[in-house]
Design a protein around this ligand. Structure first.
Ligand SMILES: [Ca+2]
Ligand SMILES: [Ca+2]
Length: 80
């Protein structure tokens, strides 16, 4: 099943996206989860590219994006 990734426009969109991406429900999105998610939307990103995205948003440096990091960074990048 291929769907088109659309830019999240609201906190609700992002919350929904976060829950979809966080497959193992541990409260954070890791590189593997994000790679799988983007691939399912037809985004051909390598693991290295996804890693770069994650580290750009990873405030506390644990290599994963928790909900707060995910929401605040993505919202800000959309507003700017
Ligand atoms: Ca997870
Ligand atoms: Ca983090």
């Amino acid at each position: 099943m291929k769907r088109h990734w659309r830019e999240p426009e609201s906190v609700e969109d992002l919350t929904e996206a976060f829950q979809l991406i966080d497959v193992n429900k541990d409260g954070s999105v890791d590189v593997k989860e994000l790679t799988n998610f983007l691939t399912s939307f037809g985004e051909a990103l390598s693991e290295q590219e996804v890693k770069a995205v994650v580290s750009a948003y990873d405030v506390d440096g644990d290599g994963k994006l928790n909900y707060k990091e995910f929401i605040s960074k993505l919202l800000r990048s959309n507003i700017e």
